[in-house]
Ligand binder design. Sequence first.
Ligand SMILES: *Cc1c(COP(=O)(O)O)cnc(C)c1O
Length: 398
Amino acid sequence: MIILWMKKELEALDHASMERRLRTHVPITENPGYVMHGGRALLDLSSNDYLGLAQHPAIIEAMRDALLKEGAGAGASRLVTGNRQPYAQLEKALAEWQNCDAALVFANGYTANVGVISALVGRGDVVFSDQFNHASIVDGIILSRAEHARYRHNDIEHLRALLHKFRDKRRKLIVTDAVFSMDGDQARLLDLIALKREYNALLMVDEAHSGGVYGSRGEGLISALGVTSNVDIHMGTLSKSFGIYGAYVCANEMLIRWLLNKARPLIYSTALPPSLIAGAAQALKLIQTEHWRRERLFAASKFFRSSLCDAGFNIGNGDSPIVPLILEHNHKALLFSSALETEGIAAIAIRPPTVPEGTARIRFSLSAAHSLEELTDAVTKICRLGLQLGVLESCRQN
Ligand SMILES: *Cc1c(COP(=O)(O)O)cnc(C)c1O
């Protein structure tokens, strides 16, 4: 049976250049900066493998060893019989790395956010959330049934007004991405800390895109700013800089105990395979010691950003390895992306509802796996396409 309403809505999506489709990309193990697609090697400017660890032999070896020792799956939730040895080792190492009391691993960043938020607040409470926060944060708030007070992106005065308006609510939680995933700019953490104190709220920070990237040992933005003791809940992922899969939450002992009792995705879902956990522990060692990866990543980001900016593109005002090239129209973003693919570059178009209406973009994300020569070549191609597609009037590439 054809579901008519669905057929119509899918046609409308397609017509607005908003339909999403799966594509297959094959990794090139010996060259983590590239992916194979349609029989060609493409420079991968869309993955979140910031440190180039996804194909690291030491991580793969740790995973293989654990696979042989622990088997394929954990078999049960961690609160049943799924809590294998690699978990304790990883959580201890995470807590030491973050200089916090305790850490707790979740299946992924999405369920960590959903689980933590819905464990902390409920009816009668309020969550203050940046307009550009990740979808998993939004879903956590909806599931919690708390009031959703959305403040304009990085608008501290708007947040203050909302905190004042909802000052009589039972519990208050402020939640933010540390680095915003589609814009690459940073949250104003110092201002958020001042406000959380003033209004007696909890502060939760999502370091999905800053963990491994900022800080002298890759601890993230909170640590780099020296404000660890002022953030109540620090969430990060094992899927981006770590190059694997999973997430962690760092907090004080009591909060972790609370989550273990109240975070439903943790309680009612099977533990991650122990091999992933062992791989993450190995990745954490590399993140803490291989500083050259961060240096290379930041050199790449700086070069790429300043080149696109000088050329005259609108790339927002971040300073992270995420560089948005804002094209406004969905159709133009798709066209730009497919032209880049023809030029040997994988860079995916991001459209609403992931970003606001009228801000469709190419989201470039850089990696320690890329060399400056590769990026120079990419910038030349991007500028040429910018001219061809009428995004730039003249190309001021140096
Ligand atoms: C990617 C991302 C997540 C989700 O993490 P997964 O491990 O991929 O589920 C959560 N928050 C932010 C800000 C992200 O960018």
